[in-house]
Design a binder for this molecule. Sequence first.
Ligand SMILES: Nc1ncnc2c1ncn2[C@@H]1O[C@H](COP(=O)(O)OP(=O)(O)OP(=O)(O)O)[C@@H](O)[C@H]1O
Length: 575
Amino acid sequence: MIRRLSRVLGAPYARPLRMHLAGLIVYAILQGLAFVLIVPVLRPLLRGDVDAALPWVAVLAGTVVACAAAYWIQAQLGYRLGTALSQALHHRIGDHLAALPLGWFTPARVGRVARMSSTGVVDIMGVPAHLLAPLVTSYVTPAVVVFAMIFLDWRLAVATLVAVPLVILVFRWTARLFAATDHAVDAAGVEAANRVVEFAQNQAVLRAHGRSDFDQLEAALLEQRAAGRKQLLRAVPGLAAAGLVVQALVTIVLITGVYLATSGPTVDAAALIALLVLTVRFAEPLMAAAELGAAVRMAGNSLARVDELLATPVLPEPATAGTFTTPGTIELDGVGFGYDSRPVLRDVSLRVPARSVTALVGASGSGKTTVVRLVARFFDTRTGVVRVGGADVRDLTTEQLMSQISVVFQDVYLFDAGIADNIRAGRADATDAEVAAAAALARVDEIADRLPDGYDTRVGEGGARLSGGERQRISIARAILKDAPIVLLDEATAALDQDNEAAITAALTALSRDRTLLVIAHRLRTVQSADQIVVLADGGVAESGTHEELLLRNGQYAHFWNERSRARGWRLTPA
Ligand SMILES: Nc1ncnc2c1ncn2[C@@H]1O[C@H](COP(=O)(O)OP(=O)(O)OP(=O)(O)O)[C@@H](O)[C@H]1O
């Protein structure tokens, strides 16, 4: 666990972790020594020789003080280390998330990351903060006393040592019992947490269907309970046996001591008292050690999940920045891609010239969104090349690629901040005047005018206080402010009221002026007026051309157009 923690956090933390462990061992040894020192203190006292005991009392007092100091230092260190670890883990997770391909972020994974960075990190920081100390002392302190006992009274040492292999065996057995069900308990916990989030997020759908229950959550909670119960049932024999063996150890020491004391004056009474004090003092912690081991293993599981996340490959970044040979262009050349083994795109080639509008159309599931995601490098292609500004996107740094592209998707996410702050997310150093100009072009000024605090009105979490159309206008203002040469747009499918519709049309016209636009088009007007229409079907480009050219060709597009524009169906909504 410590080794893995050191590896995950890197060199700066490996040393403090090792130091903390060493400090704990020193503290445990000092504690053991304090027990052992009872012997030279008691020996003269039992003979009635107080003077001879005094120097040893001083040594004992010194050891106790040193022990208390060591305890204080290691407790401080452990707590500080725990807090620092939590911070470092959050940074490591955050840095890695920032470098992962955008396509990695599915809701289930986001749920897992949330759990990992909350309870998972708390579990992990608990190890140095408060689990390691009792675990180390419950093993090391008795070991020191038993070792010293070899020199004080070997028979008492033997009596203790016979039980040690048994203790070790039983503890390992208990650990194995816990470990066998750890994975199931853990997986059930993750599943239940994800389902709770899903339940909360889908309240609108559930209520619309008159449902207050959610079978999947119910099932996940039952599974979690069953997994916990199964673990307990399987581990109980081990825990009981551990308790029994520790009790047996105490009894063996007691019986041996009493036997030696009663069968003649051969036993060292002081050593016996020290050993008895130790066995009584450590019986309980030793029994608890089996359970503490389980908590440490749970933390180990959380750490393994963090490790797994950190091992998820990030998008490889080139060492040196690429060069744009044809700024503002997009090109897909023989692109093949699939989210899993099923190919979504087989061989897509298309070219979007600078400052032109290309409309992507095709049946639902034909891969329009996938094409746009590949241009923004949410994923890397399996075959073929995606070029932006003439450069292979894999040769561009994320910063370079993102400087070329603005993305306006349907599921616009706004931060719970003011309208102006949300627009400024497009370009952090924009002046107020620039923000206002972008807002005016995207007709956001109309929204700000009717809100109580104007541009400073907070939009609520995710922009909840605004309508879908209003959110999209803010996102268009963001893109206008960013002023990237290429705009990737997923046109809204939802029907908008007339005002919003007109405002968005005006905003999009402003956005596409002098820019390259690749749009997943749903409105007839957008498709009709595009410089180029690309029809996707069967994982490839079925046909491409202008509206007139494609109608003349009388192929798939003409067929769709005639059929669906009459029925106002397909994926095109009338302007
Ligand atoms: N994240 C994902 N994981 C797995 N499969 C996916 C994922 N996203 C899309 N797909 C699948 O890839 C195929 C193409 O989806 P895509 O969203 O690109 O189509 P689309 O043409 O944009 O569809 P629509 O018009 O309905 O939005 C679909 O079969 C879809 O189920």
